[in-house]
Design a binder for this molecule. Sequence first.
Ligand code: CA
Length: 236
Amino acid sequence: MLRAVFSDFVGTLITKEGENVTHQNIVREVLRKAEREDLDYLRVWEEYEAESSALFKGLAGKPYVKIRDIDTEAMRRVAGRYGFTVPEDFWEISVAMHEKYGKLFDDAFETIKALKDLGLHVGIITDSDNDYIEAHLKALGIYDLFDSITTSEDAGYYKPHPRPFQLALEKAGVEASEALYVGDNPAKDCVGAKSVGMMNVLLDPNGAKRELWGNCDFIVSKLSEVVEIAKGLLEK
Ligand code: CA
């Protein structure tokens, strides 16, 4: 029987669009502090995203290194091209902008509440630094809703390594077969959950990831659909 539902964070609880606006504002603040507002922030942002995603791609399933260091390195690489210096407080800027601009999916709050009302343990499993996720969830007003939060920093590995999933199960005191994981990245979320025997749901609003559905047990276009899946699994 189902006893716990865990969720990814970026792209599952908060929107990618909000994340883009957040990152654009990080770049704007960096350029302001570096006195380089002459530069096109959108172009610098695109380069920052490209550097950052290239660095993170290489870290999938690998031992954890601080995301603050990865993001700072990505910004430094771009800054080097334009000849400016990344502010000392880059990470503080980053966390502050996430607090200010992060945006929940419209149905995220009601979905979390509905899952809790079913008597389930509701947790997060995320590739995050601890200070970032805590500040971000508090700013969104949902920190206290979660029974557990498991980060790559806690687990020592990035998804899809099994360790973050195993640690979350240990925190909740449930078996893998009693848990459901919801994410938006088939290669990290479906594969990682499946590797420890957890059922999983892929949030794929436009069906854009259809070719990668093979490792996913359920596909939904809205987060709120997870409530019906959970109800079905509770009856089993
Ligand atoms: Ca995600």
